[in-house]
Design a protein around this ligand. Structure first.
Ligand code: FES
Length: 82
């Protein structure tokens, strides 16, 4: 599965000790792209548990849609063995 996400940041977010979760003692970074507290995980990744491996999804306005696979020029070249 893949997901399309929109990010507006143009630079890094530096973490500091204040970012450590007081209860868990760690920092969880979102890798699914769905967190409302990005770059931190807020548990939104649970919405991805039933995603199909070969499907691309778009999460928008609380809804999930399946998209036609986006093929880049690099993907196309790789499939042709170039
Ligand atoms: S990994 Fe994205 S919300 Fe948890």
């Amino acid at each position: 599965m893949t997901r399309l996400v929109e990010l507006e940041a143009t630079g890094p977010r530096k973490l500091d000790p204040a970012d450590i979760d007081d209860e868990k003692g760690d920092v969880a970074i979102c890798q699914c792209g769905l967190s409302d507290s990005f770059p931190f995980c807020d548990g939104s990744h649970r919405r991805t548990t039933d995603e199909e491996p070969e499907t691309t999804y778009l999460y928008e306005d609380g809804e999930r849609r399946e998209l036609e696979r986006v093929v880049t020029a690099a993907d196309d070249e790789a499939e042709r063995g170039e």
